[in-house]
Design a protein around this ligand. Structure first.
Ligand SMILES: [Zn+2]
Length: 296
């Protein structure tokens, strides 16, 4: 299987982004891999600390390893939003391809020193593991929020300084994105909008791969422009969680007496797979060589 670094380099050249989808159970994992297989696209499976605690860090790594041994499809695993050195090392030791180190809630200098320490520890375990760092405020919680908050965006100068002092491979900036969705976004009445010019400036200043967190509910056109401006990875989580819940609810309503889990769980699996398929198509839709195979 190709390395994540190679896949990101090729994606950047082709002006496409790699989709990052969070999983909290086997239904989500199967849905993400099934959509990726169908599209023939590389994919990053992510799990936050909460999701890893539920699934088991080593168990998730073993599941993904066994699934990718069965196909040539590049499937990578990210330890999303890792808030401690111990958890970063645990993910690296468990065989994750990428560790998303997140000390962005701390003051800038502390974020730099804690991130640098984690990057060094990860690389000491395996130099091939990529490390991501975060600056700026994109909020917490991939769930439905009552109100939107005014958030502080990342500046190009901060990005330059942060990349130089930490040794990260991938930077996650705040560029209008946020975790979670508003109720109005779930129904498609409002959309998140991105600061495209800022993304281009940060890309130039940082000189490394950029990740967009909190991609759920973002305007499609903005996502395409963000990819052209230098975003290489796009995170989608809340949209999957909404589809998962709606799928379970509809299955239980339609089959009130059903108790066989794999019959009930077919509906959420298909609902999540549809969301992932749509997002994967969008993330590579502006590539010059793109052919939409969805209607074949
Ligand atoms: Zn995130």
């Amino acid at each position: 299987m190709d390395t994540l670094r190679n896949v990101l380099t090729q994606s950047e050249k082709a002006e496409v982004a790699v989709g990052h989808f969070n999983v909290a159970d086997v239904v989500l994992l199967k849905a993400v891999l099934s959509a990726a297989h169908e599209a023939g696209d590389p994919v990053i499976v992510g799990a936050s600390e909460g999701e890893r605690d539920f699934l088991g860090t080593r168990q998730l790594a073993a599941l993904v390893k066994s699934l990718r041994e069965e196909s040539d499809l590049p499937v990578f695993l990210n330890a999303d939003h890792t808030h401690s050195l111990a958890k970063a090392m645990q993910a690296a030791n468990s065989g994750f391809d990428l560790v998303g180190v997140d000390f962005s809630a701390l003051p800038f200098e502390q974020n730099v020193s804690r991130t640098k320490e984690a990057v060094e520890a990860i690389k000491a375990i395996n130099p091939a593991i990529m490390a991501e760092g975060e600056i700026g405020d994109i909020g917490t919680g991939s769930e439905i929020h009552e109100t939107a908050q005014q958030r502080r965006l990342t500046t190009p100068e901060e990005a330059r300084q942060f990349v130089r002092s930490t040794g990260i491979d991938i930077l996650a900036p705040a560029v209008g994105n946020m975790h979670g969705m508003l109720e109005s976004m779930v129904h498609g009445k409002t959309r998140k909008r991105l600061d495209i010019e800022r993304i281009a400036e940060i890309k130039k200043a940082a000189g490394i791969f950029l990740t967009l967190h909190g991609g759920s509910g973002t305007d499609d056109e903005d996502l395409c422009k963000a990819i052209a401006a230098g975003i290489s990875i796009i995170h989608i989580n809340t949209e999957l969680r909404v589809a998962w819940r709606q799928g379970i609810e509809s299955a239980l309503l339609k089959q009130p007496k059903e108790v066989v889990p794999y019959r009930i769980l077919r509906a959420p699996l298909e609902a999540v797979r549809d969301v992932v398929s749509r997002r994967l198509r969008l993330f590579r839709s502006h590539s010059p060589g793109y052919v939409d195979v969805s209607h074949r």
